[in-house]
Design a protein around this ligand. Sequence first.
Ligand code: MG
Length: 387
Amino acid sequence: MHITDIESIILQHDMEEELGFSQGYYKQRTAHLLKVHTDEGIIGIGEVFGAGPFAFANQAIINHVIKPLVCGRNPLDIGVIWHDVYNAVRDHGQKGLPICCLSGVDIALWDIFGKSTSQPLYQLLGGKARTQIAAYGYGMMFRKQKDLAAIYAAEVSKIVESGFTASKMKLGMGVQKDVELARAVRHGAGDGFKLMADTNHAYTVGEAIQLGQQLRDLDFYWFEEPVMPEDYQGYSAVRTALPGIHIAGGEAEWTRFGHRELLTRRCVDILQPEVAATGGISEFMRILSMAHAFGTPVIPHVWGSDVLIAVDMHLVSVIPDIPGGLHQFEPMLEYDTTPNLFHEQLLSTPLGIREQITATGGYVRPPEGPGIGIELNEDFIETYRVA
Ligand SMILES: [Mg+2]
């Protein structure tokens, strides 16, 4: 078997309402999918992290840099291809766009591996450590509306009602405003409900500690990306100053080499590699092993279409218990609950996340088909394809 083509597909749709986070607002959703074609007719599906203009830049890297390196090769040489591409792009980008592109290709190669052996991805990765996985409902993004605290409180109540057992909100509007929003969400969710807050590196170390103390008092479970990702010492200082709340981060870190820094410098309590950015499934598994050696739990970051949601359902399934015992730390699937056509419409058989959550009280199961176990809805792709 050999690879005959890599097809890069960018999908976009307008949103009814602008949503934001500490770094900006956006009005469009983007998904950048890959189809890796083979001479045997097997097609691997992948997804590349990077919305808006970054998807178009990534498409150029796929077409001009990676495609010539990969076409003609055996798609089951996944590890060899990974290192050849990484070595080729190293001098031009050890982090960021080139690694996002490599990630998407690697995901598609694992899908081909599964399809060619008729095995689901979780089986190829060592088997399920748990039959069902908990999912947390992500929501409470910035909106350009006045009474954001009331909006956030109502939104988290809905997430609780729909069956999720945990939820994550966006913060990063300044410490004082953030405390008001976090209080509203705690009130809307109720005492004892698992809550997380994400500031997308909005703060200095001093501000992050000030906010983290308040979040801890409100019984938040984790505080995500408190400071800028390049500031490893700052991360470590924030973590040391805030016992009693978990510091999470890692979505803006790349490959085993970047995550090595977060681990050896003891920056985080929970590591959050993003499979479509950090180097794909191959690299995710290497980072997972390294994190395990440091005793640091992994809960993957997910920001993408249902292709990535499905990939992450497999990944969360195979994460080993840490440290091992009857009552274990449970990794969770991140699931965006804000309006998103790339959830529930992109696949010909939807993942049914919300239905599963409601039926099981917060749990989902990975697809059982070969590879990632999904099929794309080609009519939907035709409608929303822009490049
Ligand atoms: Mg985040």
